[in-house]
Design a binder for this molecule. Structure first.
Ligand SMILES: Cc1ncc(COP(=O)(O)O)c(C=O)c1O
Length: 406
């Protein structure tokens, strides 16, 4: 990943189809569009690729999350359990619907730790939202069990994991709904875009209206559509959908390349004594967008990052623990409740009560974790070279750590 690495004439052809009619909007203009419906086609392709009943395209992964939450009936006063390791969009969308994000520890799956989820449940909990980070999955059996026992909604933020599977089922299809991002750096990209998927027809109809100002889409005249509820404009454009349509047809190829490169890199890194790898509940279902590895201590990990930087080979290796966008530790704006408009009082109190030292178990995991992004265009030699440079950096640091102090 990302899918843009393999853009080609296919994307151009899909865009040209749209430009030939000039109809860039996904709804209406039935005559002039001459049968070109790229958004509808992409929704059908998502359903057949993932094996789900319904897909609603949106303008982004963030708006897909907001849509899913709102249409699942989650709003003011409701608590949503979400991991401390994710992208900021996860809590932004919870706040956007008036609900309260309840940050919760992760384990070595790099997403929600089931025992921490159990401890986080209160009478106000309405939803558990695992985030399938870096192309692979949460422990969905355990989380689904908890949701069933406590009558909670399971919403899968699969924005980073299009095409990954869990025990044969596509991520996003296990919970009540799943969301995807098709932004520029995802496996399948539309430049900007997202989707909500579900097997629940009623939920899908709500998502369809919610993303288009509440239109009921029952007639051919948009001006005569009824609005049974208030919605927003989270629509995708035909141009964006056209790119996604070309990309989704390449998904199997992307996944096969990623699996190969991931396997080769993992074999090289496995030669390092003391290295560990992310716990992946169903390794066969990994989409292999990243290889996430652990070193014995935070100090060693920091030293390896410094060494990779020194050797000018850090690019593509992510130390999330220090990343401003992906780990709670650096979300000062969230802890300060730094919004431009008023939050509701429940939200404000929860955010201001967040303790930066409140997640030592997650700190111990993320502090030792590096994720290496897997390229689609790497040759075997390049994969080998990247792996060997990482190995050399780690070995150098480990040797120095073990060296007696003079
Ligand atoms: C886990 C997660 N959720 C949500 C999003 C939001 O997606 P978008 O950038 O399309 O709004 C992202 C984007 O990277 C993400 O990684």
């Amino acid at each position: 990943m990302p899918g843009f690495e393999l853009f080609g004439p296919e994307e151009q052809k899909e865009i040209n189809d749209v430009m030939e009619t000039g109809i860039l909007m996904r709804y209406g203009f039935d005559g002039p569009r001459k049968g070109i419906w790229k958004s509808k086609e992409l929704e059908a392709a998502i359903c057949s690729t993932l094996g789900c009943g319904y897909a609603q395209l949106t303008s982004s992964g963030t708006s897909a999350l907001s849509t899913a939450l709102a249409c699942l009936g989650i709003g003011a006063g409701d608590e949503v359990i979400m991991p401390v390791f994710t992208f900021v969009a996860s809590f932004e969308s919870v706040l956007s619907v008036g609900a309260i994000p309840v940050l919760t520890d992760v384990d070595e799956t790099l997403t929600l730790a089931p025992d921490a989820v159990r401890r986080a449940i209160t009478p106000r909990t309405k939803c558990v939202m695992p985030v399938h980070m870096c192309g692979a999955m949460a422990d969905l059996d355990a989380l689904a069990r908890i949701c069933k026992e406590h009558n909670l909604i399971l919403l899968e933020d699969a924005c980073q994991s299009f095409g990954a599977r869990y025990k044969g089922r596509a991520l996003g299809t296990v919970g009540h709904a799943g969301t995807f991002s098709f932004d520029f750096v995802k496996t399948v990209t539309c430049a900007e875009g997202g989707a909500v998927i579900t097997n629940d027809k009623d939920l899908y109809i709500k998502c369809d209206g919610y993303t288009d100002h509440g239109h009921d889409h029952t007639g051919v005249d948009r001006g005569a559509d009824l609005h049974p509820f208030i919605g927003y404009n989270y629509r995708i454009s035909e141009l964006h959908a056209a790119i996604g349509l070309a990309q989704i047809k390449k998904l199997d190829r992307f996944l096969a390349i990623q699996k190969k490169n991931h396997g080769e890199l993992k074999a090289i890194l496995s030669t390092i004594p003391g290295i560990g790898f992310r716990n992946i509940p169903d390794p066969e279902g990994d989409s292999h967008t990243f290889l996430s590895w652990f070193l014995p201590t935070e100090e060693i990990t920091r030293a390896v990052i410094a060494e990779l930087r020194q050797q000018n080979v850090l690019a593509g290796n992510f130390y999330w623990y220090d990343n401003n966008w992906h780990y709670f530790r650096k979300w000062d704006h969230l802890r300060k409740a730094a919004t431009l408009n008023n939050l509701n009082e429940d939200q404000r109190k929860t955010l201001l009560a967040l303790n930066p030292e409140g997640f030592p178990a997650s700190d111990r995991i993320l502090g030792r974790c590096v994720s290496t992004a897997i390229g689609l265009t790497w040759t075997e030699e390049q994969t080998k070279e990247k792996g060997e440079k990482i190995v050399a950096a780690v070995r150098k640091v480990l040797a120095r750590e073990k060296a007696p102090v003079a």
